[in-house]
Design a protein around this ligand. Structure first.
Ligand code: MRU
Length: 354
């Protein structure tokens, strides 16, 4: 997508340096972070400079490719193995991260020149991810009629992927086809990915939207002001259960109650056929400070971090939740829109290989 007229991906690699749009600074500052080695790229995944399942999948793939370059002459495998462990320890929930690492590892293992093969595999993964999201957008656009009011949670737009987005790709494609679309943007406490990132993206694309407090969605649905919900996913289990940003479950329950279709947009890299149902997916616990503090510009424009909870109170911060498959109306995939149990195997992602 374009930022101030210039096309960008969220993550790419040039001459061994991984470059990432710094999502911790948006929407207040647009900056590209540079990660000179795999440790820096892993740190960027951990601190959420890059976030969103497909985007961290690509970043993880590039990080492992960096490690193969760094290994130097001789046997690269001990160094690469340690790097893989570092990268895989960054964030536990999104399947894409492990998919990216496995893909690069498998390519390097099968090659005479692991350095070249790892770099090529990471680049190919990023390219395929872009194409997958583009196709999700094409298929999903059919769900978004003229005048549709779409509710989304977290950021599953182009910032969360390498390009196009998952949940927002159908919105972008419908808008590109000339349809008017309005997006209700869940704020998504505690990190405010909706208020900060989704809102910034939609503003950049000129799409009508309004940020709502997370608690407002049920009320809007009950009044018939939401035509459909589309969210992304961090992992989809074999039975179709969806693990996504905490708060997704509440939207799915409300959508069922008020008869609003609830769609999950998901590339093959996010499906995990190795877990039977969502209860087996690790749910990341993040720092309680994310609940206690909010950061934003004060009236002078200087960024300030302020406490928003009672001093001395504890907080609890599960970063994801699990929506049972029975609450999902359909999965928007690169192959089309499907119900649980009807997904074609090629859209269910490759089983873990390495
Ligand atoms: O913690 P985050 O910001 O990485 O969580 C992101 C989400 O939950 C997204 O909804 C999900 O990755 C889908 S992104 C296309």
């Amino acid at each position: 997508m374009r930022v101030h007229g210039t096309p960008y991906r969220t993550v790419w690699m040039e001459d061994g340096t991984v470059r990432l749009i710094d999502q911790n600074r948006l929407p207040f500052e647009f900056r590209v972070a540079e990660c000179a080695d795999h440790q820096a790229t892993a740190a960027a995944i951990r601190d959420m400079t890059v976030r969103g399942a497909p985007a961290i999948g690509a970043a993880a793939a590039y990080a492992l490719a960096q490690a193969f370059r760094e290994a130097g002459p001789g046997d690269p495998w001990p160094y690469a193995r340690a790097a893989r462990a570092t990268i895989e320890a960054t964030r536990p929930t999104a399947r894409d991260l492990f998919h990216g690492v496995e893909r690069v590892w498998a390519a390097a293992s099968a090659a005479r020149d692991p350095v070249a093969a790892a770099g090529e595999a990471a680049r190919a993964l990023a390219d395929e991810s872009v194409e997958s999201c583009r196709r999700i957008g094409e298929h999903g656009a059919a769900l978004v009629p003229e005048g549709a009011r779409v509710l989304t949670h977290c950021n599953a737009g182009w910032l969360a992927t390498v390009d196009y987005g998952t949940a927002l790709a159908p919105v972008y494609m419908a808008a590109a086809a000339g349809r008017r679309v309005h997006v209700w943007v869940d704020e998504t406490r505690p990190r405010a990915q909706g208020a900060r990132l989704t809102a910034w993206e939609l503003a950049g694309e000129g799409i009508s939207h309004a940020v709502i407090a997370d608690n407002a969605a049920a009320w809007l649905m009950s009044r018939g002001e939401v035509d459909l919900v589309i969210v992304g996913a961090d992992r989809v289990a074999a039975n179709g259960d969806v693990v996504n940003k905490v708060g997704t479950l509440a939207k799915a329950v409300c959508a069922r109650e008020f008869g609003v279709p609830f769609y999950v947009a998901v590339p093959p890299s996010t499906f995990d056929a190795s877990v039977a149902d969502g209860s087996a997916v690790p749910i990341e616990e993040r720092s309680e400070d994310e609940v206690h503090y909010q950061t934003g510009p004060d009236e002078s424009g200087a960024l300030r971090r302020v406490r928003v909870t009672a001093p001395g109170s504890a907080a609890h911060n599960p970063a994801f939740d699990m929506t049972p498959a029975r609450l999902v109306s359909g999965y928007v995939t690169e192959c089309g829109v499907f119900r649980t149990g009807e997904l074609p195997a090629e859209c269910f992602g490759a089983p873990a290989t390495a």
